[in-house]
Write a protein that binds this ligand. Structure first.
Ligand SMILES: [Zn+2]
Length: 148
């Protein structure tokens, strides 16, 4: 008895990750770059209004906050160390500068970074972006409680 393996499954063409991430960073659809990627601050649209690309497959999850924490941490801690070493600021000035800067940078970076992560997932055909059906609980309109 022999087993035959067929390699006739055609693989979808590759997607360039660079423009996909760039479009996501601009909060635009990673496929066409025209349609809006977000319907609310961190809520992506289900379908691109411009090209019809299904975007509900995204599963950015915790990666955008980790990236934002890394970026903001390097800026704020680096600035704090430099100010402490060269400027000898009083404590109240450190609090007045670094706390608001941390909050502003985190809020300003979160949406573009999430867009970039969604663009990368789209380019790599992760989750449902490869054209295969996604899990029922990931379909648009599924109740939030049904998500794992
Ligand atoms: Zn689009």
């Amino acid at each position: 008895m022999s087993v035959q393996i067929h390699h006739s499954v055609s693989r979808p063409s590759g997607r360039d990750w660079r423009p996909a991430i760039s479009r996501g960073l601009r909060c635009r659809c990673p496929s066409c770059g025209q349609g809006k990627l977000f319907r609310a601050f961190l809520k992506p649209v289900d379908i691109c209004e411009s090209c019809g690309e299904a975007l509900y497959h995204q599963r950015a999850d915790d990666l955008p906050p980790y990236i934002v924490i890394t970026i903001v941490g390097h800026i704020v801690v680096g600035g704090l160390v430099l100010a402490e070493k060269y400027a000898n600021w009083p404590l109240w000035l450190h609090m007045a500068v670094w706390v608001p800067l941390t909050i502003i940078l985190a809020l300003a970076l979160m949406q573009p970074v999430k867009g970039g992560v969604i663009g990368l997932q789209w380019a790599l055909r992760m989750h449902g972006f490869d054209g295969t059906p996604d899990l029922p609980e990931r379909q648009p309109g599924a109740s939030p409680g049904s998500r794992p």
